[in-house]
Every structure is written in C-alpha cells, then in structure tokens.
Ligand binder design. Structure first.
Ligand code: NAD
Length: 438
C-alpha cells in the first residue's frame, strides 16, 4: 500500500515509521521545515525509545521518506492519514480543529484519484463528516472516502503499542474504505490483534471515552490517596488490593501529582465541551477535571509544608519535568504548575531531567539546569521527585542526604518508602497517600 502521513509529531512519525515497517511505502509530510530537514538527515525530532533505529532501517530499504510537499506525497496513495495536533482551543476548551481542516483542504486541492482520507488525530464526534464536507467543497469531482482511525499509543512505549495494540479502531462508511484499511492493518489482522470496525461516530467517541475513563481512574486513586493520608491507610496497598480484582485491573491506579501530558487534559476538556454542546453534561468528566486541578494544587501545599510554610530563600531540587518517563514531552506536565509556584515563591530551583531540558528551557524560566540528580540535590533544602525516570528510582539516597543542605524529600511518585528515607538520614519524607514524617 502507498500511504502518506500528514504530521510528523509523536503520533504521525511513529505511525508512519511503523506502517513502513509493515512493508508499506510511506511518505511523511510536515509543514515544519526544520523537522523535515532533521528527518532527512536521519535525526529524530522527538525522544521515543527505539524510533531512531526503526526509522533508519526503513529509510535504508526505501520504504520511508520525508517531505514538506503534500501534493507530491499524496500522489497515487491508497490512503492519506491526518495526524496533526488538535490542541485545546484558547478560551473555550473545545478541540481546535483548524489544523485538521487545513490539512483536509490541502489534500482535497492536490488529490487526483481515489484515496481514503483517514483521521488519526483525536477529534470530536462529527469531525470526519466535516472533513468529508470540506473535501467535497474544495474538490467536488474527487472520488474518496473518509475513515476514522484514532490512535491509542502511549509516548515512551509508542512503537510497542503500535505494533502490538490492545485493539485497532476503524470507523468507515463504505466497503471500499474498509478494504483499504484492512490491507493497511493486515500484519496485525494476521497476528490476531482485535480490529474493531465501526461507523465514523462510534470510532470518534471511543477515543474520548477511553481517555476520559483512564483520567477518571487516575483521579479516583488520587482522591483516595488524599483520604489515605488523613486516615493512616497506604494508597499503594489500597491500589494493589483494588487492582487485583479483575473487574478493576491494576493499571492507572498509581497515585501521583495529578494527570498531565498531551492527551488527558485536552481530551477531558474536549469531551466536557462536546457534552455541553449536545445538552448531555459529562458530569463525571467535569468533576475529574476539577479534582485533578485540586490534586495539583495539593502538591504545592505539600511542598510548602515541607519548606516550613515558605519557599522564599529555599533551594529546591526537582527531579523530572516531563509528564512521564521515557518522553521529552512536557505538554501539561505537573512540573508546569509546580515549578513556577516554587520560582514564584522565591525558591532557587535546581532541575534535572534526562530528556526534558530542551523543552524545559523554554517553558520553565528562572531555574538552574543540572546534569543529574546529585548535581541538582547539592545544597538543596528539599528534593522533589516529580517524574519517575529509571535513573531516579535507584538513587544513592545516603549520598543525596549528605550533599543536601537540609535533607527533606517530597516523593510525588511513591518511588521510595519511609524506611528508605530514614535509613538514608532524611530529616523529612512525604509521599502520596502514605504516612510520612517531618
Ligand atoms: P504533535 O504536535 O506532536 O505533531 C503534530 C505535527 O503536525 C506537527 O509536527 C505539525 O507541524 C504538523 N502539522 C500541523 N498541520 C500540518 C499540515 N497542514 N501539514 C503538515 N503538517 C502539519 O501532535 P501529536 O502529539 O503527534 O498528536 C497528534 C494527534 O494525535 C492529536 O490529535 C493527539 O490528540 C492525538 N494523539 C496523541 C497521542 C500522544 O501520545 N501524543 C496519542 C494518541 C493520540
């Protein structure tokens, strides 16, 4: 199959590379000239484990190429995937569909022969029909179908998620489009991964419902964590005891500083807006958004308590700024709420993150960037673990306590225990949903 992928971000690039590894002939398009120049030099603009090797392999065998010329890329394709951003629209919480519609219009103007126009971006119910209208208006003679194919990969494990998905969702209106999509995903059909075939609306809804459900699960355990702290229960044990129930499952039950990232905040907001638009308020999702904001603010109170009520003049070491490990993505990361509160409160903030510095330098003004955890902890009054990168999971805590000015730790990912902290000589230790000491 000949495929074009519009957008070479976290989803488009991974999807394009993986489709090329399935044996398809893939051209990835981006309007960001710097990104395309990097990709043409064999450099990967994002950090995603394993992506560099898979990309190089498929470029070498001629399955994968990059361009900023959309018309050339879609010439003769069986399908073109739209994988551009759908960020929160400023002011009203809706998904901003301007990039999707601009891409659809560009495709329409350049397309000559039949193709399936597939939306991979996360888009509200009704968007694929809008895409169809935009294309029809821009090129009334074009023979085409639309398809909705939302993506469920997780940054940091994106290649595995794409190659071994829990399911693939494909929403189509015609058999012809269904056949093209089946051929594209043939390697997964052959290996018995579930492919759910639906109408356009259901495919669009599945993505938002799934993300809102996961955000709800995280927020539920975060709320339980707050109650655990007041009652002496241990949220890790509570989550374990809940998660072993097959009806609940143990995933997304890790208490932490509130969900962030490029999807959950914007997708929960968008679902709430879709509900309002259709006069079916999404009360659970709206509450989840509110509680998650409170969870993030609760973290700042926790840090303030550990700093005797004021950040002013304190040195705080922050380990991790990306929204989760194994990515360089900082979109809506908890660090974007917590670090400015520290800096604004007068703290000197020393930050270490294995991949976050490039983005972080733009987003977190006024902090000092350090090479590693030990560099960051030097002379600090408080150590905050914000992202559970592997390199922060096995720290020499004794060494850290020794080089800190006052050894206090806020372990916002529950990586360590009270016993670990006491043994290492920490004067204070607080985590999430478990008793600490100070
Ligand atoms: P991103 O911001 O990383 O990448 C989008 C890319 O599209 C950018 O490189 C941009 O330059 C390019 N672009 C925009 N308009 C274009 C046009 N007209 N022509 C060519 N290129 C264009 O976004 P992302 O994180 O990859 O997300 C893309 C979509 O996938 C979003 O809807 C998102 O919700 C969804 N999604 C993301 C994830 C994730 O983990 N990031 C997971 C599942 C779904």
């Amino acid at each position: 199959m000949k495929i074009a992928m519009i957008g070479t971000g976290y989803v488009g690039l991974v999807s394009g590379v993986c489709f090329s590894d399935f044996g398809h002939d893939v051209t990835c398009v981006d309007k960001d000239l710097d990104k395309i120049a990097m990709l043409e030099r064999g450099e990967v603009p994002i950090f995603e484990p394993g992506l560099d090797r898979l990309m190089a392999k498929n470029v070498d065998i001629g399955h994968l190429s990059f361009t900023n010329d959309l018309a050339q890329a879609i010439d003769g394709v069986d399908a073109v995937f739209i994988a551009v951003g759908t960020p929160t629209r400023r002011g009203d919480g809706h998904a901003d569909l301007s990039y999707v519609m601009a891409a659809a219009e560009e495709i329409a103007r350049a397309a000559k022969d039949y193709m399936v126009i597939v939306t991979k971006s996360t888009v509200p119910v009704g968007t694929n029909r809008q895409v169809k209208e935009v294309v029809q208006n821009a090129n009334p003679d074009l023979d085409f179908d639309v398809a909705s194919n939302p993506e469920f990969l997780r940054e940091g494990a994106a290649i595995d998620d794409f190659m071994k998905p829990d399911r693939v969702v494909v929403g189509v209106e015609t058999d012809r489009a269904a056949d093209v999509m089946a051929e594209i995903y043939r390697p997964l059909y052959l290996r018995d991964f579930p492919i759910i075939s639906t109408d356009l609306e259901s495919a669009e809804m599945i993505k938002y419902a799934a993300n809102a459900f996961l955000a709800t699960k995280i927020t539920f355990i975060n709320e339980i964590a707050a109650l655990c702290e007041r009652t002496g229960a241990d949220v890790k044990k509570v989550a374990q005891g809940m998660g072993l129930d097959g009806r609940i499952g143990n995933k997304f039950l890790h208490a932490g500083p509130g969900y962030g990232g490029s999807c959950f905040p914007k997708d929960t907001n968008a679902l709430a807006r879709i509900g309002q638009d259709h006069s079916v308020p999404m009360l659970i999702t709206e509450t989840v958004i509110e509680v998650n904001d409170k969870v993030k603010r609760r973290m700042i109170d926790k840090l303030l308590d550990l700093c005797d009520g004021s950040f002013n003049g304190k040195t705080v070491a922050v380990l991790g700024v990306t929204f989760k490990p194994n990515t360089d993505d900082m979109r809506d990361a908890p660090s974007l709420t917590i670090v400015p509160a520290l800096v604004g409160g007068g703290a000197r903030v020393q930050v270490a993150d294995p991949q976050g510095r490039h983005e972080g330098e733009k987003l977190l003004p006024g902090v000092t960037w350090c090479d590693d955890a030990y560099d960051a902890a030097g002379g600090a009054d408080l150590l905050v673990i914000l992202t559970e990168w592997n390199e922060f999971r096995a720290l020499d805590l004794g060494r850290i306590a020794e080089i800190m000015s006052v050894p206090r730790m806020a372990d916002l990912r529950n990586v360590y225990t009270v016993a670990d902290a006491k043994q290492a000589g920490f004067a204070a230790y607080e985590s999430i949903g478990r008793s600490g000491y100070s």
